[in-house]
Design a protein around this ligand. Structure first.
Ligand code: HEM
Ligand code: MTE
Ligand code: MO
Length: 416
């Protein structure tokens, strides 16, 4: 066979659009798939997400590709091989960097900030499946990802009157029944880039993807609190449950937040201390080994890398409970804001967005399939999706999946 040319990964990365030609790698082989882009059964937009890089992380998410005919098809487009140096693993990062220990991430994520890591899935992958694959679930980190050794992990639970528990990971799994909940997390900043077009606002410039859905498994917070001596009448329904993470800032202060004790104790609210996400252990970016999941409530309260849980007459003293994640009227700005004057956000209102087609996309004349998501907030069910001309949307997986799973309610849905 004739010797094919060798290319570096940097050379492959220069071919990311049909104009510059579309190259991808698989193993150590290089392919020019420009002519296949329009023929791709999964759509041209999706294949372009991998342009200039490796196919493996994308194909790992969509099992349709693990069939012999897909590899055969790819073989026709081979144009070369990776240079021997680039075929080897990338060099390790800088150890003086506090973020050097962060985990590897999926290349499809749209990165809003690298350190700390904040990223969202591209819209057309968000509605590719009802449950967001763990690798694509949006990530909102305020600090470096802590490295937790699961064998020595302990969760401290402080009940009323000085009572406290210290739970290992296996005690958390064995002492309390495992409960599963399908819940959507949304960051308060979701769609901030659109708000900024009306008036500039401070914060990460999220598009519509700072929202994702997973099936979470773990112990009910209620069960753990009862074991720590909390009773249904503790604090007369006025107290709070404060959470702290293992992620700390330069002064050693951890991320923290709280929710009302009433919600924590409500069997209906289904607040979890989750150790599983879509049937697997939590990924490091999403709180390994244990995180809080508060369905229907702003993502900021679902504390990751959970270190402690404490019942208290007051809300968490954390910066993120007291001086962030609050809503103000449009006349308030950063000079006049008084964070003490507003309550901490818990439930968020209705949210919905179109994921396909994207703004500005050229679409064919005639009937068009539009995809998107709808979320009610507060753990409530999506009742209706209506079009601009009053037409009703056809509910997609949301409703159907909840019924299949025997769930009477869900707090998210996707439709087309
Ligand atoms: C489906 C090939 C890249 C997402 C398919 C199918 C083929 C194919 C042959 C149909 C499989 C079957 O039903 O038997 C390829 C090739 C690629 C590529 C050759 C690269 C050169 C990608 C990438 C993504 C992707 C990067 C995601 C980001 C999908 C999806 C489907 C699909 C979601 C299923 C479509 C549906 O039925 O809804 N692809 N693919 N593909 N592909 Fe790809
Ligand atoms: N927990 C800790 N310990 N540290 C954090 O930075 N970010 C919060 C919350 N829990 C955060 C945290 C915010 S603002 C959101 S929106 C969600 O986690 C995001 O969860 P995810 O990264 O798993 O999507
Ligand atoms: Mo958030």
């Amino acid at each position: 066979a004739p010797q094919l040319p060798r290319y570096t990964r940097a050379e492959v990365a220069q071919h990311r659009t049909p104009k510059d030609r579309v190259w991808v790698t698989y193993g150590t082989d290089v392919f020019d798939v420009t002519e296949f882009v329009e023929l791709h059964p999964g759509g041209p937009d999706k294949i372009l997400l991998a342009a200039g890089g490796a196919l493996e992380p994308f194909w790992a998410l969509y099992a349709v590709h693990s069939q012999p005919h897909v590899l055969e098809l790819l073989r026709d487009y081979k144009v070369g091989e990776l240079s021997p140096e680039d075929a080897a693993a990338p060099p390790p990062g800088d150890t003086a960097d506090p973020f050097a220990g962060d985990p590897p991430r999926h290349p499809a994520l749209r990165v809003n900030s690298l350190k700390p890591f904040n990223a969202e899935p591209p819209p057309e992958l968000l509605t590719q499946s009802f449950l967001t694959p763990n690798e694509l679930f949006f990530t909102r980190n305020h600090l470096p990802v802590p490295a937790v050794e699961p064998g020595s992990y302990r969760l401290r639970v402080e009940g009323p009157g000085g009572r406290a528990l210290s739970l290992s990971l296996s005690e958390l799994r064995q002492r309390f029944p495992k409960h599963e909940v399908t819940a959507t997390l949304q960051c308060a900043g979701n769609r901030r880039s659109e708000m900024s077009r009306v008036r500039p606002v401070k914060g990460l410039s999220w598009d519509i993807g700072a929202i994702s859905t997973a099936r979470w498994g773990g112990a009910r917070l209620r069960d753990v609190l009862l074991a720590a001596g909390v009773r249904d009448n503790t604090g007369d329904g006025e107290w709070h449950v404060c959470f702290e993470g293992l992620d700390v800032d330069a002064s050693g202060t951890p991320y923290g937040a709280s929710i009302p004790l009433k919600r924590a104790l409500s069997a209906e609210a289904e607040v979890l201390l989750a150790y599983e996400m879509n049937g697997r252990e939590l990924p490091r970016d999403h709180g390994f080994p244990v995180r809080v999941v508060v369905p229907g409530v702003v993502g900021a309260r679902s504390v990751k890398w959970l270190r402690s849980v404490a019942v208290s007459p007051s809300e968490s003293p954390s910066h993120w409970q007291q001086n962030d994640y609050k809503g103000f009227c449009p006349s308030v700005d950063w000079d006049s804001v008084d964070f003490g004057a507003a309550p901490a956000i818990q439930e968020l209102p209705v949210q919905s967005a179109i994921t396909e087609p994207r703004p500005g996309a050229a679409v064919p004349a005639g009937e068009l399939t539009v995809k998107g998501y709808a979320w009610s907030g507060g753990g409530r069910e999506v009742v209706r999706v209506s079009g601009a001309k009053g037409g009703e949307g056809k509910m997609g997986w949301g409703e159907r999946e909840w019924r299949e799973m025997g769930w009477g309610k869900g707090d998210g849905g996707k439709w087309e």
